[in-house]
Write a protein that binds this ligand. Structure first.
Ligand SMILES: *Cc1c(COP(=O)(O)O)cnc(C)c1O
Length: 440
């Protein structure tokens, strides 16, 4: 086998998104492009034998024809943009291909996939902040991220966080200490309050003070495109809507090629050295699900809007950004991508944890409306009481600040069955509830 065997394997067009050698955007999509349209424009990778699906590059390590090639790879001269791979904790072609799709989805120059959403979040923060660094973050965040910023980062890494109400731009601005603050961090649609971030304004405030704006878009893939609205970095828990199967834990960092490459640096990259990279077999499975993400999101969002509207009509306290009484309804309308809707989650405030638990029990055990489980983005409806589950690590005061009432039931609306079938199940549960106590 000659070197040409390796060369033949190489693709003609080197449009790899990690390439930054000429500083041009390789992933040519208009900044305001619809995410599904951008995805359809990304290069389609065929299998080694002409299969319509790409082959899985399952190897942990990669061979070369000449010893010099290995040296040149370690100096960084030959890299994945030219199809040279070293070891799969570093770049892997199958994982890189999923990253290319994540970059197209979010409209960023590059992306790389991680073993979990928390791996993406912690690696990005550790890459952007050094000891003594500072983060300004929203008070309303996923429980794991909140714990990372409150306990782990200050305790282990001397990275501190100031939590602010991000709808108060002045307090965001005054919390950012120029020269000290590295990152402004928030969720596009917050967990579980469904508070929508004013991304363009937050980016304006953050960029004026020289910080990197990092947005967690787990709750709203397709619906909101934070990078297209100005955010520097978009992180995802792929475990949720993007996977859609509630069977995989995964994440991604989408951002400038310079950031992704720095995280993969052999000598001081956070992803490379802490090691939470994605397995190629997982990357392949996820690649097969991205093409129908837009269809799934539209149905999640459609059903969530219908149920939210009907539940509100019954007098229940419903929190859903698609309802006109939601404080950020107009904001979301102005920043959301067209035709996807307002998100696949809704919350019902049942006031007390007892009432929340009673409703969930009827919904699951009498009506088969959904499952009591944390997480979201599954085809079945998932329900949890945030205050006593995913956000239970927060103090009462922190929960209050994050808008989490003790009886808040978060629902990730699934798309299984027919809409009217699922609504009639909801009605059964509500009737059973009312047999015991008033609904409102
Ligand atoms: C689930 C979740 C995470 C963490 O992701 P994992 O894949 O579970 O590590 C981060 N942010 C948000 C908003 C989430 O919902």
């Amino acid at each position: 086998m000659a070197e040409s065997a390796v060369v033949n394997r190489k693709r003609s067009g080197t449009d790899d998104v990690v390439s930054e050698n000429d500083g041009k955007r390789k992933n040519v999509v208009a900044p305001d492009m619809d995410p599904a349209a951008a995805l359809a424009l990304t290069r389609h990778e065929f299998g080694e034998h002409g299969g319509v699906n790409m082959s899985i590059e399952a190897s942990a390590t990669f061979t070369v024809m000449e010893p010099e090639t290995l040296c040149r790879m370690f100096t960084g001269e030959l890299g994945p943009d030219r199809d040279f791979f070293i070891y799969s904790r570093h770049f892997n072609p199958t994982v890189l291909n999923l990253g290319r799709h994540m970059a197209a989805l979010e409209g960023t120059e590059a992306a790389y996939c991680t073993a979990s959403g928390m791996a993406a979040i912690s690696s990005v923060l550790l890459q952007l902040c050094s000891s003594g660094g500072h983060v300004v973050a929203s008070t309303t965040l996923y429980g794991g991220t909140h714990a990372l910023l409150t306990h782990f980062l200050p305790g282990k890494c001397n990275i501190s966080t100031t939590f602010v109400d991000i709808s108060d731009l002045e307090s965001v601005e005054s919390a950012i200490v120029e020269g000290k603050t590295n990152v402004l961090y928030f969720e596009s649609m917050a967990n579980p309050s469904l508070k929508v971030a004013n991304i363009p304004e937050l980016c304006r405030v953050g960029h004026a003070k020289g910080v990197t704006v990092v947005t967690d878009n787990t709750f709203a893939p397709m619906v909101i495109s934070p990078a297209r609205l100005g955010a520097d970095v978009v992180v995802h828990s792929i475990s949720k809507f993007i996977s859609g199967g509630a069977d995989i834990i995964a994440g991604a960092v989408c951002g400038p090629a310079s950031l992704v490459n720095s995280m993969m640096d052999l000598h001081d990259g956070s992803l490379m050295l802490l090691g939470p990279t994605m397995n190629a077999k997982v990357a392949f499975e996820l690649s097969e699900r991205i093409p129908h993400l837009s269809l799934r999101m539209k149905e999640h969002c459609h059903r969530a809007l219908v149920f939210a509207t009907r539940l509100k009509k019954l007098g229940l306290k419903v929190i859903y950004p698609g309802l006109e009484d939601h404080p950020q309804h107009e904001l979301l309308k102005s920043i959301a991508n067209r035709e996807y809707g307002y998100g696949g989650l809704l919350c019902i405030d049942m006031e007390t944890v007892e009432r929340a638990n009673l409703l969930m029990a009827h919904l699951q055990n009498d009506a088969q409306f959904g499952f009591m489980a944390v997480s979201l983005g599954y085809y079945e409806t998932l329900m949890s009481c945030s205050g006593s589950s995913t956000s239970s690590g927060m103090t009462e005061e922190e929960q209050k600040l994050a808008g989490i009432s003790p009886g808040l039931v978060r629902m990730s609306i699934g798309y299984i069955g027919t809409l009217e079938q699922k609504w009639s199940q909801m009605e059964i549960a509500l009737d059973r509830f009312q047999e015991k106590q008033p609904l409102v």
